[in-house]
Every structure is written in structure tokens, then in C-alpha cells.
Write a protein that binds this ligand. Sequence first.
Ligand SMILES: Nc1ncnc2c1ncn2[C@@H]1O[C@H](COP(=O)(O)OP(=O)(O)OP(=O)(O)O)[C@@H](O)[C@H]1O
Length: 715
Amino acid sequence: MTTNTANTASGGPVLDWAAGHGPVTGALSATTGAFAAATTGAATGMPPGWALAVGAAGALGHTIAGLRVRNAGRTVATRAACWLLGAGWTTWAMATGPLTWTALGSLAALGVGIGTANRSADLYEEAREEEAIAAAERQVAAELSAERRAIAAEWADRIQRVCGITVRVLAVEMWPTGTGFSLDAELPPGGATYDKVAKEAPRLSADARLPHGCTATASPGIDQGRVILDVTTVNVLAEERTYPDDYGPLSVLTGIPWGYRTNAEEIRTYLREQCALVVGPTGSGKTNMVHVILAGFARADDVLTFVIDLNAGSAGLPWVLPALSGDLRGPDGAPVRPGIDWLAATHEEATIMLDAVLRIARHRKTVYQDLMARANTDLLPISARIPQIMLVVDEGAEILTSTDRAMRQLAAKILEVIRIARAMGVRTVLTALGATGSVLGNLMIRREAKVRVALTGGETEGMDLSKMFPGTRGLRTDQAPYKGSGFLGTPEETAGLFKAWRILPNQIRDITTATTDRHPVLDAPSKEAAGDAYTRRWDPDRTAWMRDTTSGSDTSTGTGTTAAQTTGSGRDGLNLSALRNEQPEQGPEPDADALAARFMAEIDKTFGTTAEPGTPDRPEQRDDKPPTAPRPGLNLSALRGQGEQAPEAGPAWLADAIDAIASAGAAGMKPSAIAELVGKDRKTVRAALRAAAERGELVYRDNGPHSVYLHPDHA
Ligand SMILES: Nc1ncnc2c1ncn2[C@@H]1O[C@H](COP(=O)(O)OP(=O)(O)OP(=O)(O)O)[C@@H](O)[C@H]1O
């Protein structure tokens, strides 16, 4: 209780009705206050009636304060009584003398009484408060369960009407996304299975008048006598959702998100041991889906992605070109690694890649024997140090079913990878234009590619969903008429509706930049097994084709192919001549080589992944290139900011260095200062500056230890 009546003699009492006191301190404060008031009052001859008046005021003040905070009546009464008792004792003690055993004893008894009464009042108030909260919760729950009970009754009735069986709904769970609910129901005795409900899913949806794109999908319950019915009430597939802009790290071991379900929850695929098959006819959003897949792999810190796309490499180009052209810069201005680790656009390059992958898989089997024995596993422990290789083959299923001799050779290699490399951490994602019998007729695909996607986009042609997702009933292509939507099934989850996020070209660039430091480096034994085929994958002669694809085309998602197919160009599938004819005067060949070489040099310097003896990978070694060759191929000037004058060659940081040298004016800058500025070693910096000077971008003022580089404007 709060009794701050204390000193009535000097300046009057400080009355804080709401001041906090525990039962013990409250009682102590009341009794000591009363005792002090009584002794002072008796000594100074104060009229005893004053103490009673103060007590009455205290009781009144506390009553008002108690009512304000909605204390219970008995709490208010207890506190007012404490005030009056204290004041009564003070009045009596002032009249009869406070320093007697009777007065002191009765004061002590009063203190204990006040303490006990207040403790009990506090406990009562706490209990009251808890009860009020519980009552509010009970009310919410009652309202919710009323809704659930209504849903349970409605659906039990519907299942009876449509499926002809009487189920007992045991639970209704509302999805936190607010887009539907799940029912857990007990099937009737007599051997009814969940199938009875599953096969009537479309009729149940119609009976419930669900909006288009919403479904009632039945799956097995906790035992064979139970069924789970997922009912979507909001069609999230109709709207376009862009790829989530959290580009944080992922791992192949903890799953890669590929899209979202009708309940708006993200869906992950687990590809450490599984291969995947993605089927989507033209215009269904397959290219977009491939980019979502590549985005997930790029974000993983234990995955290296190899892409085969015989359709001019268009699936992989947006992940390579911005990095290759030097258009992207990391946070520290360093060059950016491509979002994929190898891109094959021709039959020849694909063969080189597949042979290297097979060598890697076989070599890993022997060199990592000890490691696997120590880890007590027959699966190679995948990590950032020994990365998983994800081989993505766009329209790979068509390669597998082709009757062309060259394609059959490729197909044999792809199947060999699928067959032998699971334990060694190489898995494939194949895409196909249609879920035709010839694709799914392949035993290896049926057995190994259990992660399956069918992008329907409303297409029914070549979409045999019962073959794609055997054992799943009630899937109809018209349930997913939107681009990027379809069905996804994994060994962990039965096939159901899903939609891929829309991924935009700028997101691909952002992800490439955000993940540049995250990509693993191929483990040394694998690199050794892959040999030159791998380390020279960005060689000018092997990447020259990329230059042609950028002339006048875009590499964005959604537009599909970036370069036309060849018809007799003699370059294995690339329509180079058509593009060259558009810009005959620009002499693209030397420039493509220059760019590829520069790219290699940057990657090499920054990440040390492409060291190859004898490769002309340093700009200064390329004296066969015209110093001011135009850039028709990769069209870098178009990619850079307007009016920005890019250096003609040299590492990515050179532009910053030249800017700094220009700012230094006639004083110029020493190579050591530039090395410090760009964060590179002096030898590398000297070589690049010398090359830039040879190209006329800088001027070297030789002055012994004080030699500097100047911008030509200040020389
Ligand atoms: N997940 C998605 N969400 C919304 N819209 C999408 C999605 N995926 C694709 N689209 C739309 O569909 C268009 C075609 O997509 P995409 O190029 O990926 O299809 P495709 O099947 O590869 O077709 P093609 O083979 O003709 O290139 C895109 O430009 C985009 O507008």
C-alpha cells in the first residue's frame, strides 16, 4: 500500500497515490509514517483530528486512483481501509502517547495486517488480469473455431455429396498466408482410401465454387485411414511475383528455391542426389524458369554451374556477358565472376565439357576414397571446397531423344553423367519442350530425375501430366493457365500447382554481382582431371561466338533466344554470318579476342582460376591487336554509362586508376600509389599501366625512383 503521508508538520504530506510499493515496503512505509506523524504530532501538540483528516484524504485519493486503473472493488476497499486504520492509530497515539508498549505493539500488529491485506489484494489483481487475458483469448479462439467448425461441416457435407463417403473432419488449419486451408479428415470404416477423395478433386473444387486457379487437392494423411485436403481460396498464380531480392547464400544441401506454391510458400528442390526435368513448351516461361534455377545455383556457395545450350547459348549468356564485358563491378571495383562457371553453345564445346565432367566424376571416385572413408559415407561430402557441379542442359531432353548421330553421341555422354556421377556430386537439370513419351520413356530420366516441373502456361499439347507425375491425380493443365505456372513435384513433396518467380534482366546482373565472391573454385583434383578443357574454357577462340550473339540482340530473360540459329554458317549452330552482315565494316574478330583475353586476365588476377601457361591472357602480350579497335561485337559502349570513355583494354580497375591519374594533374602518380589505390600488387599494376601507356591512354614520365604516370591531358 502507498502511504506517503509522513511529515505533516513540515510543508504537508507528498501524496503520490499511484506510487509503487510492494506489500512489505508498503506496510513498512505506512507504519513508520504513522509512527513519525504520531510522535511529532504529540511532541508539538498538534490536534489529533488532523491525522484523521489526512487519513480520510488518503483513503479518498487511493479510492479514486484505484477506480481509475479499474482495480477490483475489494482491492480499492482494502487500500482505503489501510489508510483509515493507519490514520485512526495515529490519531489515537497522538491523543494517548505513541511511546507506550500498547501503542508500539498495536502499530506492529497493524503493519503486519496491512502487509498481509495488500499481498492478498495484489495476488487477487494479478489473477484478475490473467483471467481477463485468457477470456479475451478464449473469445478469439471461439470465433476462430466457429469459422473452422463451419468449414469442417461444409466440407464433410461436400465430400459426402460429391464423393459419396462420410468423413469426420478432425482438424482445420488456416494457412498463415491467408490463401486457403487444410482439412485433416478420417475416412469411414470399410476400407475407403484417400484416393476416393483425390480423384474427385475437380468436382469438389467446382462444388465449392473455388475461383479459377484454386484447387482442392487430396493427399494421404498420417495413416491410410486419413486424408489431407488442401483447399486454395486465393489464386496467387495469376499475379506476377518477381524473384525475391534477398540474394543471400544457399547450399545444395539445404535446398534451392524454385518458386512458390498456391499457398504462397516458397518451394525448394534438393538436388544433391536428384536430377531434375523441366518441361515447358514455347512461351510457357521455360527460359525464365531456367534463369530462376541458375539464380539459385549462383547463390549457392557449394555449386558450380555448367550450362549446355545449343540454342546459341542463350540460357547462359545473361550470366556471362555482363561479367565478361567488364560492365559489372564488385563492391570494391573488382571484376565480377560470371554467374555460371562454363557455357557451351556448340556441339564441340558441349563434348569437351561432358568429357571433362566425366573425367572429374571418375577422378573424384578415386582421390576422395579416404575422405569418404573418414566421413563414413559413400556420398562425396559436398562443400565450398569440393563443390557440386550442376550441369544444366537446355532442351537436353530433346538431345537425348534426337536421332541425329552427333546428338546421339552427346546424349550418351549426358546419360553417362547421370548414371555414374550421383555420388561424386554431379547432377543434371534437363529441360524439354514437351513431356512426350520419348522423353519420359527413357529409364535413366524416369529413375534419376525425380524433381519434375511441368510449365503448362495453358498449353495442353505434349503435356501428359499423369506420365510426368505418376500416382498424382486431379492435375489439369487448365488449372495453371499463366506463364511461369505449372506443376512441381519432388521426392519430398507430391506434385502440385506452383509458379516460378519472374526474374528480370537487372536481377540477373544484380545476382551475378552479389554472388561473385561466393562461387566456389573447382577443387584441385577435379581441376587436374578436367585439365585444359576446363582451365581454357574462357579462351578467346572458345568464347568468340559470344561476341556475335550480342550484336543487335539482347540477352535478357523473357525474350528467349538471343541469336538466331545457323543455316550453313559453318560454326555449329550459331548464326554468325547474319550478324556479321549487319556490321561488316566493324571487323569484330580482333575485338572479341581482346575482350575474352581481357576477361581471362581479370578473372585470373582476381580469382586465380584460369592460370594457363602460354595463353596470351595479359593485355600487354596481345601486340597483334589494333590499339584502338572498335567494339562492335560485345557493344560495350552501349552497356556502359552514357558518354563514359572506357579504357580500350586492361583490367577492370584500370578505369579507376586512369581517373585517379587524371585527377592528379601534372604531378602524376607513382605506380606504387596506384597499386595501393586499386588494391593490387605492384607488379600487376606496373604491367597494366605500361600496356595502357603503350596504347596511348597514359604517359610515362621516367624520373628514376620518382617516375610517374600522367594522363595525356596533363603531359
Ligand atoms: N514466372 C513468370 N511470371 C510472370 N510472367 C512470366 C513468367 N515467366 C515468363 N513470363 C512471361 O512470359 C514471357 C515468355 O517467357 P519465356 O521467354 O521464359 O518463355 P519460353 O517458354 O522460354 O518461351 P520461348 O521458348 O518462346 O522463349 C515472358 O516475357 C514473360 O512476360
